[in-house]
Design a protein around this ligand. Sequence first.
Ligand code: BES
Ligand code: MN
Ligand code: ZN
Length: 503
Amino acid sequence: MKLSFAKLAQPKSGALVLGVTEGGALGPLGQEIDTAAQGALSRAIAADSRFKGKAGQSLSLPAPLVDSKITSVILAGLGNAEEIKAASLEAFGGTAQAILAGTGDTDGAIALDLTLGEDQPSAEEAAARIAMGAKLRAYRFDKYRTTEKKEDKPALKKLAVLAADTDAAKEAFAPLNAVAEGVIFTRNLVSEPANVLYPETFAKACEELTELGVEVDVLGEKEMRKLGMGALLGVAMGSAKEPKLVVMSWNGGKKSEKPVAFIGKGVCFDSGGISIKPAGGMEDMKWDMGGAGVVAGLMKALAGRKAKVNVVGLCGLVENMPSGTAQRPGDVVTSMSGQTIEVINTDAEGRLVLCDVLHYCNERFKPKQMVDLATLTGAIIIALGSDHAGLFSNSDALAEGITKAGLATGEKVWRLPLNDSYDKQINSDIADMKNTGSREGGSITAAQFLQRFVGKTDWAHIDIAGVTWSKKDSATVPKGGSGFGVRLLDTYVAETFETSDDK
Ligand code: BES
Ligand code: MN
Ligand code: ZN
């Protein structure tokens, strides 16, 4: 689908989605079309007792104009005009894209012909947000569908967002487009099956980011052995695939400034290892590299919009497999930090990978803050479902910043506690700690484990197990890999490190 901006005027052909607010009258373009259609739009609004212009509502008028090639006009709700924010405009754009994709037309347009209040998005910002929503919703991972019938594919080829000032809209869209590209990069990684995406090919995909000015360094097994990453390497032992550690840097800030660090769990397939998982749903474990996928997509987003900040992104990439060379329950491994770990359950592998990457990151970069993302525990899905990711942090300011960014982007997080009594639960009889607690508070004891490797550095851990894969379509996220975390952390970085007084 080709996305563009065009003049805010009656289109000559194709399908048109026109935004309508709750209880609001038609705007100037709506009125113009209504007049040309001899009042068909206002008659339809009056005749439909349900359509109130609420968000998510729509009213479709096929071919309402005589002597016009416009195939349909669809009125779509935006809700209360005064409450419209960037996120509601994105949701409108996404919903409008899905409506247009359902019309069967190859050409579509989206128009919003109303002026919002002073503290609300400007006209060009609104057009850009609508385009962002449409782009995110149009995503489809269909590279392996070789026999799909044409009529099953969305017909929509061209989508124009109508704007009073198309140049200003394009300019406002440029940074948003970069972020959307980052989200799509993540979704692609998350969607790829594990026979195609494994540590080596994942690292190759990250190397593409050099084109945007990201420095990419890939460590192999030998280098990691030298560094003493016994915890990460223990997980990789059962796999025929070599583990990799990808280190990406984007230097958009001042030379002297310490970087902000993002660390991702990249378990390209999690069979559970010797503590093997049940067969049902095991295919989902191809997306156990979701945290690393977000880190890669975030680097793409930040570099793509030339963010004025220094950032490092690290992806710990392994495959967790059972085999004659796999690590066993009861094994004791020595992490890079020197702390020893009794491996009670080989399926609690994510923390074993992350602990070495967190320690390495802290030592090498002395970052301002570290934020890790991981599809770490099934327990977080029991606690929070798919509406919020779990947030853990040793810094209130950091936790608040991420929480705020979650509310702004719709990628919401919910903070859970950390404390000594949870920490005690992972003490081991034979080593410094064990890699599982009991079933109780499973997401918290996992976070406590990670905290033992971050020293005094400000750190946050985001458990994204419940939000990495969407089971159903939503306004801007089609079913499948969501890319959850890219927009959240892009906004967090922008709001925390790129505000004007910081420049
Ligand atoms: N990758 C899983 C967690 C997961 C489960 C992610 C479901 C997405 C969907 C993780 O490695 C795991 O297996 N965790 C175990 C930990 C347990 C053995 C302490 C779990 O949650 O059951
Ligand atoms: Mn596991
Ligand atoms: Zn896992």
